[in-house]
Design a protein around this ligand. Structure first.
Ligand code: ADP
Ligand code: MG
Length: 704
């Protein structure tokens, strides 16, 4: 067997116990996994800092000293903060833990000399390092490496003394045993782009001698990674194009025209017209359309979806529209039905809660072709759902659907339907290239006329009175108000409690108004009924968790209050804000955060304020998306994990490596163009590598 594919168990220094740990904690099974477990940074372990000199501006540092005492702070139910007061004689600092408190206390002792490693911060005027790496000073032989690799470890690994340093040792051993590894990029690319060879890169990424060596290794490995992501996407898109013919929508007929002339409630915006034209042209070519429609919240994508679905009906094909949530699907159904009025178009809903006889009816209607448009959730792509002739599929809010799910739609027919993917979260270019690299893009860059920009205001929890006054004022003017609370799985109970408390408080403050309450734990029917009360104007205030996040449309609502705004990401805040400002009235978005200074996590403060300030500054979704990508990194961007195309990048960072993404894209495109049949011998090395990667990676496999 190939050395790289060998089980790590047989490496000196690993053995069965560590093997199990590496398997379960980091997903490392083979020598190759271990070799490509790249350090997340390099540190100068020759230099020991003096506590007195530490500042919060310094990167990772190393200090040597003793723990004077431990102190525990209660921070709520079953939440503790452990502080170890630490000194090296020159000054005092705190070591802080928010997790694993018991373990830490057991592991480290007062008075013993330790080497402590981490990022210094300042909290309440004192230097601290939270969750530091700690080793007994006597265990550390200064390896005299000024660029020592630091590896990701978990509490469990540290428990079994599998520290970053130990990882380094194992990898050093592995490198000394590793023969030259096969090259994965062709000569002509590495030479032209001045990339170092793979074997050298793998050595230098772990143990570089100079920053230049490290940079060269990073460039080589990042490029390789991004190049194969691009090659995979483009190969896939090209194969699809060659394999499938697209249905040809020759004409725009009666249904579209009747709707356009007799039912359209308003003039289309220029952008809507342009996009409908782009889609219509695309569907007439005989090539199967795969198009991404980007348009900010409220830009009128639903109407575009409806009108393009009508073109499909005009040409004798069914259409369907998928949404990520039940509420949203239901609302789409209602919107489409009311837009179509008395036109003879049969639209049905399919979600997991539609069962029994009704479900049979819908499925039958899809098969015999009597259902023209199907609206639904994921339920639409289930095996059992078969169409007579699905010609056009719309996926709303794409960030929740992955490439693999899109691909499933294609198996519904002999030929795949045209696919229109709509997203309200504008995606920065480099990310779009990676996530949706196989799609063409249309953009609605114009809001319907008469909209006033939403005013966004930041308030602290202390400013409750002025918040309530503002709300009362708006309701007196006949408007409605959303109040949203975060809901995060891990703290679900507490979040629901927050929402209950908030609801009760509002009932107290506004006895004269009716208030709806909606959260994810409610039965669908109950939820829908409450939503409906708000939509119809029966209730003035809707208190909700993020279940309302996407798509709900109540034009009379003019205030969006977001509680604990510090816990939402930028694009989520932007989405929520988009729920208001849909009518002609001035709308407001109020971001309520905990009072500053009282936060549990002082070091996050600045990031929170950055987000809040961006929100107060701009309504431009593209600017917000760019900022989000920069602040959070793509791994955290909503939905990127589920979105299918190998997103667990090992070394490249889409947010920071935009230029390399572009480079990789250009090279990959050239390869595809030059060798559509995968037949050129000088390219064989790449096609072989791509096959290997597709085989190993579940996500890639799912779409190939
Ligand atoms: P989104 O792009 O966020 O899905 P919607 O399709 O829900 O936006 O549209 C937002 C609101 O704008 C809806 O109330 C819709 O009826 C309205 N709207 C859509 N297009 C136009 C238009 N051309 N002129 C005026 N209002 C429009
Ligand atoms: Mg929408």
């Amino acid at each position: 067997m190939n050395f790289l594919q060998q089980d790590i168990q047989y490496l000196p220094g690993v053995g069965p116990q560590r093997k199990r740990l590496l398997n379960s904690e980091l997903g490392i099974h083979t020598n190759e996994d271990l070799l490509t477990n790249f350090p997340y940074k390099h540190v100068d372990r020759t230099h020991v800092y003096v506590i007195r000199d530490l500042t919060a501006e310094m990167p990772y540092v190393q200090v040597k000293g003793r723990i004077l005492s431990f102190e525990t702070f209660e921070m709520g139910p079953r939440k503790q903060r452990l502080v170890a007061h630490f000194t090296d004689g020159s000054g005092l600092m705190d070591l802080v833990w928010f997790q694993g408190v018991k373990y830490v206390k057991r592991q480290y002792d007062v008075g013993v000399e330790y080497i402590v490693f981490g990022k210094p911060m300042v909290y309440q005027g004192r230097i601290n390092i939270s969750h530091p790496e700690i080793e007994k000073a006597t265990d550390v032989s200064m390896d005299n490496l000024n660029m020592q690799p630091a590896y990701r470890t978990t509490e469990k690994m540290k428990n079994s003394s599998l520290t970053s340093r130990q990882m380094g040792k194992i990898i050093q051993t592995l490198l000394s045993l590793t023969p030259n590894v096969p090259e994965t990029l062709p000569d002509f690319i590495t030479r032209r782009l001045h990339l170092i060879d793979r074997t050298t890169a793998l050595h230098q990424i772990h143990f570089p001698q100079t920053p230049q060596q490290l940079a060269a290794a990073q460039l080589r490995l990042k490029f390789e990674e991004l190049f194969y992501v691009q090659l995979n996407i483009l190969r896939y898109a090209s194969d699809q194009r060659r394999k499938y013919r697209g249905y040809i929508f020759k004409r725009v007929g009666d249904i579209f025209n009747t709707f356009y002339n007799e039912h359209l409630p308003f003039e289309l915006t220029g952008a809507q017209k342009r996009v409908i034209r782009e889609i219509r042209n695309d569907c007439a070519t005989g090539r199967q359309m795969n198009r991404l429609l980007q348009g900010d919240v409220g830009s009128g994508k639903t109407l575009v979806a409806l009108m393009t679905m009508l073109i499909s009906l005009d040409n004798g094909y069914q259409a369907c529209m998928m949404a990520p949530t039940e509420i949203l699907a239901t609302q789409h159904l209602q919107t489409l039905r009311s837009l179509l009025g008395d036109m003879p178009v049969r639209i049905e809903l399919l979600t997991s809660t539609i069962k029994g006889k009704k479900r049979e009816e819908v499925l039958q209607g899809l098969l015999d072709g009597s259902v023209d448009i199907l609206v639904g959730t994921h339920a639409v792509i289930e095996e059992a759902v078969q169409f007579r002739n699905l010609g056009f599929a719309v996926i709303d809010e794409q960030h929740r659907f992955g490439v693999a799910q899109r691909a499933k739609l294609w198996s519904k027919n002999q030929n795949p339907p045209h696919v229109l993917v709509m997203t309200a979260t504008p995606i920065p270019r480099t990310l779009a290239m990676t996530l949706y690299g196989d799609l063409d893009v249309s953009i609605i860059d114009e809001l319907p006329p008469g909209r006033k920009p939403i005013q966004t205001i930041h308030k602290s929890q202390q400013q409750e009175t002025s918040l309530y006054n503002g709300i009362r004022q708006q309701i007196r003017e006949g408007r409605q108000v959303y109040v949203v609370y975060p809901l995060i799985q891990e703290s679900e109970k507490m979040d629901l409690q927050n929402l209950e408390d908030g609801y009760n408080r509002l009932c107290e403050v506004f006895p004269e108004y009716s208030i709806s309450k909606v959260h994810g734990k409610m039965k669908t029917a109950e939820k829908d009924a409450e939503m409906q009360r708000f939509v119809s104007g029966e209730t003035q205030i809707l208190v909700a968790t993020t279940v309302i996040e996407v798509g709900v449309n109540v034009p009379n609502a003019s205030v969006m209050v977001i509680q604990n705004a510090e816990r939402f990401g930028l694009s989520q805040l932007h989405q929520l804000r988009g729920r208001v400002g849909r009518g002609a009235d001035q709308s407001y978005c109020i971001l309520v955060t905990k009072d500053t200074g009282k936060s549990d996590a002082p070091n996050q403060q600045s990031d929170v304020m950055k987000r809040i300030n961006i929100m107060c500054d701009t309504n431009d979704g593209f600017r917000i998306a760019e900022a989000d990508l920069k602040l959070r990194g793509p791994g955290d961007l909503e939905g990127t994990q589920q979105s299918g195309i190998a997103f667990d990048l090992k070394i490249a960072n889409i947010a920071q490596d935009g230029q390399i993404v572009q480079m990789a894209r250009t090279e990959a495109q050239a390869i595809i163009d030059n060798d559509p049949e995968c037949a050129r011998p000088e390219y064989a090395i790449m096609w072989r590598r791509l096959r290997e990667l597709r085989k190993d990676n579940i996500n890639w496999g799912a779409i190939s």
